[in-house]
Design a protein around this ligand. Structure first.
Ligand code: CTP
Length: 414
């Protein structure tokens, strides 16, 4: 499996050589791209010697030609053929350039062109690290799905003490292997995701809706696609673009969502019901716009519980994950829903927490199963989506096999 290490211009550039060796020991085919600044610190020859591959040092040869005569668009072929792009060390400068989508050298151009996951290992002076500009760039990159391996604390090359040292090579390798594993671990799944808030018309111009932005559901769809799943996204109206590659089924009302879900359910191996579905709809929809007169009463009737129907109709082996947005006694209510609805797990969202949840790019949830509760702390929704999918993957793994593996490793240690 091919991975690409991008080396940028910081003192820690020499540590990239150690990282390359450690990745090779994991049977990875490592290719290296260096920025111009990185070449001031370490010679490309070091990496060429270690990897046995030509090190890419720029978009152009010194005579102004594209470097590889066989491929006039080398950054594209490199970008398409790699399984991960790891930037280590990542300077404040490369974080800024990546956050802004610059394409002024090979590494930044490749980062824009690659569908592979981006892993960034920053290393810099503590004040540069703590600067709001650097932190804002990191947050932008995180929200786009990049994995950040935070620097360690300690004495820095500049003589200062603080955070900014490149993370330990073993921590980097572990993260890279986790990301590579996630890349294909859902290849056999067809994931049916519902997202957004349904709208129940009152008259031709008004509806009863809710505050759901759809961001969590879209993040789940994107994360599952990234992990190789086929994704069917049944979405109530949102302001979001559907993730590239998903089967997109737009709906408006709870009843339309119900019909779309039941139609696609037979293909699903995993259902994630992130949508905020109206529990009530107006019993009658006015044909014409309702004019202002005196007080009016709108009679509401309950909608069907889609989740309950899914549980009845699902194929054996299909996992069903419900979502619960609660405002009081969250765990107690969500536990009640878990057993009442018969789902495999509930993603609990305490929507009273300020600044996160509705319409925010960040959230914190609890992943509840019949006998466990996993707190997933506040983080960008795209990252949270991966953590939720990790929890779902755990449900798939037969517990017995895990127990047996533990027993074997205990025996092996003796
Ligand atoms: N849900 C559904 N169909 C509905 C209402 C909700 O499938 N008509 C699903 C949601 O997509 C979510 C889960 O049920 O995954 C829980 O939604 P929630 O509104 O929290 O639960 P309700 O059962 O409606 O309970 P309550 O409103 O009483 O909290």
């Amino acid at each position: 499996m091919k991975v690409t290490v991008g080396v940028t211009g910081g003192i820690a550039a020499y540590k990239a050589a150690e990282l390359v060796r450690a990745l090779q020991q994991q049977a990875l085919d490592v290719h290296v791209v260096m920025t111009a600044a990185a070449q001031q610190f370490v010679s490309p020859l070091t990496f060429a010697g270690l990897t046995g591959h030509r090190v890419i040092t720029g978009l152009w040869d010194s005579d102004g030609q594209v470097p590889n005569a066989n491929s006039a668009i080398e950054h594209i072929s490199e970008a398409q053929s790699t399984e991960a792009l790891i930037v280590a060390p990542a300077t404040a400068d490369i974080l800024a350039r990546l956050a802004h989508g610059m394409a002024d050298d090979f590494l930044t151009t490749m980062a824009l062109a690659t569908p592979a996951p981006l892993i960034l290992a920053p290393a810099m002076n503590v004040q540069m690290w703590e600067h709001p500009a650097t932190q804002a760039n990191l947050e932008t990159l995180r929200l786009r799905g990049a994995t950040i391996v935070s620097p360690d604390s300690g004495y820095l090359a500049c003589g200062m003490l603080g955070e900014g040292r490149l993370a330990k090579v073993e921590d980097l390798v572990r993260t890279i292997l986790d990301v590579l594993h996630r890349r294909h671990d859902m290849a056999s799944e067809t994931v049916l995701v519902t997202a957004g808030g349904t709208r129940e018309p009152v008259d031709p111009v008004r509806f009863i809706g809710n505050r759901s932005s759809g961001k969590m559901g879209y993040a789940l769809a994107e994360a599952a696609l990234y992990r190789g799943a086929h994704v069917i996204l049944v979405s109530a109206p949102t302001r979001l673009d559907p993730p590239t590659g998903c089967e997109f089924v737009p709906v408006t009302t709870a009843e339309e969502m119900r019909q779309a879900v039941l139609k696609h359910l037979p293909r699903a191996t995993l259902v994630m019901k992130a949508a905020a579905v109206a529990d009530y709809r107006p019993r009658l929809r006015a044909e014409q716009k309702i004019k202002r007169t005196g007080p009016i009463t709108i009679e509401l009737e309950p909608t069907e519980d889609i989740l309950a129907e899914i549980i009845k109709l699902r194929q054996p082996g299909t996992l069903v994950i419900g979502f619960a947005a609660e405002t009081e006694n969250p765990v107690e209510h969500a536990r009640g829903k878990l057993s009442r609805k018969g789902v495999d797990a509930i993603v609990l969202n305490d929507v009273t927490r300020p600044h996160i949840g509705f319409d925010s790019d960040r959230n914190a949830v609890t992943f509840l199963t019949a006998n466990a509760a996993q707190e997933l702390p506040e983080m960008p929704k795209r990252l949270l989506a991966d953590r939720i999918l990790d929890e779902v993957q755990q449900l798939r793994r037969p517990r017995q096999i895990v127990a047996e593996m533990n027993a074997v490793s205990i025996l092996a240690k003796r």
